[in-house]
Write a protein that binds this ligand. Structure first.
Ligand code: NAG
Ligand code: NAG
Ligand code: NAG
Length: 287
């Protein structure tokens, strides 16, 4: 991907005047999900991916609105992509840095379509919110609800109930994101998703990553290869517009030390998984 010039393209898109962006996208808000709203569903090992799906009969709908979204979307599923080592795993890269895992929260356009299967191949059909997952010492408590059943979905076809997951609590504490229109990274690869890449990671521990890497592609009789390393290869930007509400012009404090928990992607920090340096560029997995 292009390096420093990419930062300039981003700034060009949000029309920076005198160091201030003229067009600033408002933060994404999950309006229906005040921390009290919890969803239940199942975690599935499909043999290709690890997917959480909300129970269809559930009465509670999680509404995803705001930010760059022109419609309201209904939460449907979460994909977990991860690497077999800490240096690989995420499908998006930040400054060419791959995180050990990436969690993708998908919703479908509930204003125009009836359900995910109808929406996924239709215009403006999907929203995909990407959470980069970093190796840390304290696990995100909401993520723990999912990681606690990893040992029940070791083989293809295994499924395990997951209860009382708060989507809002799973999201990192940031209002910053990058957004572009792209495709799903699982088959069909439909060009129908509005992507939002949040500007802070969430954390997973080495212990949970270890459990994740035990999952297999096959059934218990023929487990085949591990399920990990299931990220789609990095794709070119193909002249897509990537927009952001991150103020890249405000780089004054980029050199200040900070707590790892307070990390933003644009800053320079020591990271445990591998070395990640901000050279002012961003790479994206865009189809
Ligand atoms: C989702 O949010 C939009 C915008 O606030 C609202 O108009 C719509 O009724 C909500 N849908 C549900 C199912 O809550
Ligand atoms: C999705 O909605 C379409 C259109 O209403 C319908 O034909 C289809 O059966 C629905 N699929 C599922 C899985 O509910
Ligand atoms: C996972 O992918 C990485 C990067 O392509 C590669 O170096 C590594 O050997 C792979 N590991 C396994 C177990 O396939």
């Amino acid at each position: 991907m292009c390096s420093r010039s990419f930062l300039l393209c981003v700034l060009g898109i949000i029309a920076v005047v005198n160091g201030k962006p003229m067009l600033s996208l408002s933060l994404i808000t999950l309006r229906k999900v005040d921390s009290l709203i919890e969803i239940s569903g199942h975690l599935h090992n499909t043999g290709q991916f690890l997917v959480f799906r909300a129970d269809r009969e559930a009465k509670i709908r999680v509404n995803i609105t705001g930010g760059p979204l022109a419609y309201h979307y209904q939460f449907e599923e979460i994909y977990i992509h991860y690497g077999m080592d800490d240096g690989h795993g995420s499908e998006h890269r930040i400054n060419n840095y791959a995180f050990p895992a990436e969690i993708q929260v998908y919703g479908f356009n509930a204003e125009l379509y009836h359900n995910m299967s109808e929406a996924q191949h239709k215009s403006q059909g999907l929203v995909a919110i990407s959470l980069m997952v970093q190796l840390g010492e304290t696990l995100n408590p909401e993520l723990q609800i999912i990681t606690s059943v990893f040992n029940k979905v070791i083989y293809r076809g295994d499924t395990a109930p997951v209860r009382y997951l708060s989507l809002k609590s799973l999201l990192p504490d940031t209002t910053g994101y990058m957004t572009y229109e792209g495709s799903t990274t699982h088959p069909g690869c439909w060009e129908t998703a509005v992507w939002l890449i949040l500007n802070k990671p969430i954390y997973i521990t080495a212990r949970e990553l270890y459990a994740l890497r035990k999952l297999m592609q096959g059934p218990s009789t023929t487990p085949k290869a591990p399920l990990g390393n299931n990220s789609r290869p990095l794709q070119g930007l193909h002249y897509r517009t990537v927009r952001t509400n991150i103020d890249f012009a405000k780089r004054g404090n980029a050199k200040c030390p900070s707590m790892a928990q307070d990390m933003h992607y644009r800053d320079d920090f020591f990271l445990p998984a591998n070395t990640w340096r901000d050279d002012g560029s961003l790479s994206h997995n865009v189809v």
